[in-house]
Design a binder for this molecule. Structure first.
Ligand code: HPA
Length: 278
């Protein structure tokens, strides 16, 4: 029987994590696409931890995705760097998807930085462009605060009017341009997936003001904001969204664009981490 994730089980996981890994002062959580390697001056990669050992819900494997967290240390400080993430479309419950954010928040994280891949809603946007997310539209049909989660992690009705931190957005745009990305701000539309969108859905998203469309990150952003954690999200526009070009969309194409951008991502995230965690 799989156990249900509760506020109590997340608190117990955080206590166990603290005892076992002695993270000291956790500064932030960085969630990067799978396969991302990072180099940050001053920070040293230490333990690589399977998330299946941290949480007691059942984890699922999906091609191209593994779920580990690496502890990066600098003196008595820790940065938690997640490789891969939990998606709703893999069958995780919303509270499981946001469990790493809860864990980091309970350990003191002030900042949540995430990268993801998306489809571009603007036909002019070249694959490999980067969108620094300034706002989102949640069309996943779920919210990680439903139920007990408004009880003791923060307000049950958190304000989302400035969910994406303006100062972090500014730093991210700078870091992205320095790393050679064509970067701009924009609105991330979150769909449940895992099927790609239909052309009619894409026309809808364009008409409501979306810039890119993806299947992740929004639950984590909501949980982070509830806990008062500052948020920065960078979305790699990997492909033109469905119907904007006359060909099929494939997961392989998205992964391929991610691999092509890996070096720029490494430079950009190293740069951003140095600017944010002074
Ligand atoms: N749609 C949804 N999610 C995505 C896409 C897309 O076109 N590309 C990468 N992730």
């Amino acid at each position: 029987m799989t156990k249900r994730t509760t506020p109590e089980s997340i608190r117990a996981a955080a206590d166990a994590f603290r005892g076992r890994y002695q993270p000291g002062r956790v500064r932030g959580l960085l969630v990067a696409g799978s396969g991302l390697s990072l180099e940050v001056p001053g920070w040293e990669a230490d333990e690589v931890i399977e998330l299946a050992e941290v949480f007691d819900f059942q984890t699922h494997e999906l091609m191209g995705h593994s779920q580990t967290v690496t502890l990066w240390r600098r003196g008595g400080e820790t940065l938690m760097v997640m490789n891969g993430r939990f998606h709703l479309y893999q069958g995780y419950r919303p509270e499981e998807v946001v469990a790493p954010v809860r864990l980091a928040g309970l350990l003191g994280a002030e900042v949540f930085i995430a990268t993801n891949a998306s489809g571009a809603l603007d036909p002019e946007m070249a694959p490999g462009s980067l969108v620094v997310v300034s706002d989102h539209i949640n069309l996943q049909g779920s919210n990680p605060l439903v139920g007990d989660w408004g009880r003791d992690f923060g307000p049950p009705f958190p304000d989302m009017s400035v969910a994406y931190d303006p100062e972090l957005r500014r730093l991210a745009l700078e870091a992205a341009a320095d790393a050679g990305f064509d970067a701009r701000e924009g609105v991330y539309c979150a769909m449940l997936g895992p099927s790609f969108e239909t052309p009619a859905e894409i026309r809808m998203l364009i008409s409501v003001g979306g810039t890119v469309v993806g299947m992740s990150t929004v639950p984590e952003v909501i949980a982070a904001r509830q806990m008062g954690i500052r948020v920065c999200v960078l979305s790699l526009a990997a492909n033109p969204a469905a119907g904007l070009v006359d060909r099929e969309l494939t997961h392989a194409e998205v992964m391929d664009e991610g691999r092509k951008a890996a070096d720029r991502f490494r430079v950009m995230l190293g740069n951003l981490v140095s600017k944010v965690f002074i």
